[in-house]
Design a protein around this ligand. Structure first.
Ligand code: ZN
Length: 249
């Protein structure tokens, strides 16, 4: 017999936002790959003997058991710790992770599953946690490039935005902040050098696990470019981005 009643969900989830509820409980927003953002109530999470203790930290991965919705509320019944993000206790890595979380938050509106963004978040957190600190700037840029690509907001890196001529190893910033040939560069002319172009193309095309080994020559040029593209896509400046790249200089 087919039942129309909603079922409980058991799935891997990322711990997102948390707030206190009454004396001992917490409201916990979880991100699920196939269900998107889910608001749950973790009853008694603040009690000293709670099985939730130490599991519901920001960005932890848990195997969550969630009750069916009743009167607009779902209960978090169990949270089995899958991955505790100890690497993020380092301050710069934490800032990088928070920056990524803020980007993903923008791309995951409530009530909609965004598996691609979920995968970018989880894969990105793994990289931020484990990459050599010297590679963190490249990793964050790579995640920004992929994020822009997902939004359809990454400018073409191979052809002039104006005339479609191939850009080769030298490009210029165009009027609408895309990349252009010398002829269609915006005034005053801003060059995008070979190392920056190579870096941006590699980040777009190469798997994330290879990013820490990329040559970092183009980082200085790529940081303001990606910053401008993100600001245009999000219609605001990233809150944490300036502080993060100041630490990574
Ligand atoms: Zn052109």
């Amino acid at each position: 017999m087919v039942s129309g009643r909603p079922r409980r969900v058991i799935a891997d989830a990322v711990v997102w936002k948390r707030s206190d509820f009454r004396e001992t409980s917490r409201i916990v927003t979880l991100l699920l790959r196939e269900h998107g953002r889910v608001l749950t109530l973790a009853k008694g999470a603040h009690r000293p003997d709670s099985p939730f203790l130490g599991r519901l930290d920001f960005l932890n991965e848990v195997r969550a058991t969630i009750s069916p919705e009743r009167e607009g509320l779902r209960l978090l019944l169990r949270a089995e710790l899958r991955r505790e993000r100890r690497g993020l206790r380092q301050a710069t890595r934490y800032l990088a992770a928070s920056h990524l979380a803020e980007l993903c938050d923008f791309a995951m509106p409530a009530g909609r599953a965004e598996p691609e963004v979920f995968d970018l978040l989880v894969g990105g957190l793994n990289l931020i946690e484990l990459c050599p600190l010297a590679a963190l700037a490249v990793v964050v840029l790579g995640l920004e490039v992929r994020f822009l690509l997902h939004l359809g907001a990454l400018p073409g890196l191979d052809h002039c935005a104006d005339c479609q001529r191939g850009l080769g190893e030298l490009a210029f910033v165009g009027e609408a902040s895309g990349l252009c040939c010398r002829e269609h560069a915006a005034a005053p002319r801003r060059t995008v050098g070979e190392a920056t172009l190579l870096l941006l193309r590699s980040l777009r095309d190469q798997p994330g696990k290879t990013w820490p080994e990329l040559a970092v020559g183009g980082v200085g040029g790529a940081v303001p470019l990606c910053g401008g593209w993100l600001a245009a896509a999000l219609e605001r400046r990233g809150r944490l981005r300036g502080a993060l790249f100041a630490q990574l200089r």
